[in-house]
Design a binder for this molecule. Structure first.
Ligand code: IPM
Ligand code: MG
Length: 358
């Protein structure tokens, strides 16, 4: 098959891990006789340098003309965040893209690689029960996109971010979650703060309406504070975790710790038409950028998700995921997943090994 992929490496470790993910895609393309047409575009601070905007029209057009988007990461180093280049970088790049293409459902799978069990900070008897869950995070609404305001009231500074959800937004992502659960262990845990928030009360109401259409899937409601605790206490109870935008952001990072490193996790953002953007949720990691030490696995697994979701290339995605496991079994560790006794390998060396197993 032939497909066109918009590749947006972005900032920080984005370009270096993307380079490796593209090598892996190239290897998969040759092995399975597919032609992946790669077209690179600028986003984030990298785009700002050239266009004075974080999400230029050129990049938007490139995405519109492509079959999928493979995204790296955006955002600047802590010491430079005051510069114009980095001001609102995340909001005006990745959040703008999510909105522009109505990417409303974000899939963030978390599982423990058997080879890396030791990285999970939980006790081994908890880990042994298994950790394999899928966060489905709404991505177009909530406090992220509600009215924002800075004002002065009675001589004091006040800041406002409104959390808002429409029922349609909730309906859409809830269907996505139930359909995903059907292909898994048939359980949805819907996370909210319905004891306090109006948005959460509506959330819960709509989720229960949708659930009636999926009698084969078990639904459970969980308050977000309890969920934060349960994720650590007994993560094996979870299958699909359905959340709003803000809670999903926070809980999915907590979930990442279970796997051992953000550098291992992939994500997919999908709209109602099935168009998708694939990105590692780990961020630009500017502190280690440019050194060739970042873990490329998150970006490589994001590419695998793209093959599976956008191109229905399940065997090819499996091949990548197996190759990643094999590289880990062979003992390769980048700095983020190496124990003190292990010598970390470079970004490129990890990718070389993965490619050798494809
Ligand atoms: C994520 C990130 C983004 C988010 C930031 C970079 C705006 O943390 O994808 O989880 O909050 O959604
Ligand atoms: Mg986040």
């Amino acid at each position: 098959m032939e497909c066109k992929i918009a590749v947006l490496p972005g900032d920080g470790i984005g370009p270096e891990v993307m380079e490796q993910a593209l090598r892996v895609l190239d290897a998969v393309g040759r092995k399975f006789s597919h032609k992946f047409h790669i077209a690179q575009g600028l986003v984030g601070g990298a785009a700002y340098d050239v266009y004075r905007t974080h999400f230029p029209d050129e990049t938007r057009k490139l995405c519109e003309q492509s079959d999928a988007i493979l995204f790296g990461s955006v955002g600047g180093p802590v010491a430079e965040l005051h510069l114009e280049k980095w001001r609102s970088c995340e909001t005006s790049s990745i959040l703008a893209i999510r909105k522009a293409f109505s990417f409303n459902a974000n899939f963030r799978p978390v599982r423990i690689f058997p080879e890396l069990k030791g990285l999970c900070p939980l006790r081994s008897e908890v880990v042994e029960r298994g950790v394999d869950l899928l966060f489905i995070r709404e991505l177009n609404g909530d406090i992220y996109f509600g009215r924002k305001e800075n004002l002065v009231r009675d001589g004091k500074r006040v800041a406002v971010d409104v959390a808002e959800y429409t029922e349609d937004q909730i309906f859409s992502v809830t269907h996505t979650a139930f359909q995903a659960a059907r292909k898994r262990r048939k359980k949805v845990t819907s996370v909210d703060k319905a004891n306090v928030l109006h948005v959460s009360k509506l959330w819960r109401e709509v989720v229960h309406e949708v659930a009636k259409e999926y009698p084969d899937v078990q639904l459970e409601d969980m308050l977000v504070d309890n969920c934060a605790m349960q994720l650590i206490r007994n993560p094996s109870q979870f299958d699909v975790v359905l959340t709003g935008n803000m809670f999903g952001d926070i809980l999915s990072d907590e979930g990442a710790v279970l796997a051992g490193s953000l550098g291992l996790l992939a994500s997919a953002s999908i709209n109602a038409q099935g168009f998708g953007l694939y990105e590692p949720p780990g961020g630009s990691a500017q502190d280690i950028a440019g050194k060739g030490v970042a873990n490329p696995i998150a970006q490589i697994l994001s590419a695998a998700m793209m093959l599976r979701f956008s191109f229905s290339l399940g065997n090819e995605a499996d091949a990548i995921e197996r190759a990643v496991s094999s590289a880990l079994s062979a003992g390769l560790r980048t700095g983020d997943i190496a124990s003190t006794a292990e010598t970390p390998v470079s970004t490129a060396a990890m990718a070389d090994k993965i490619i050798s197993f494809i």
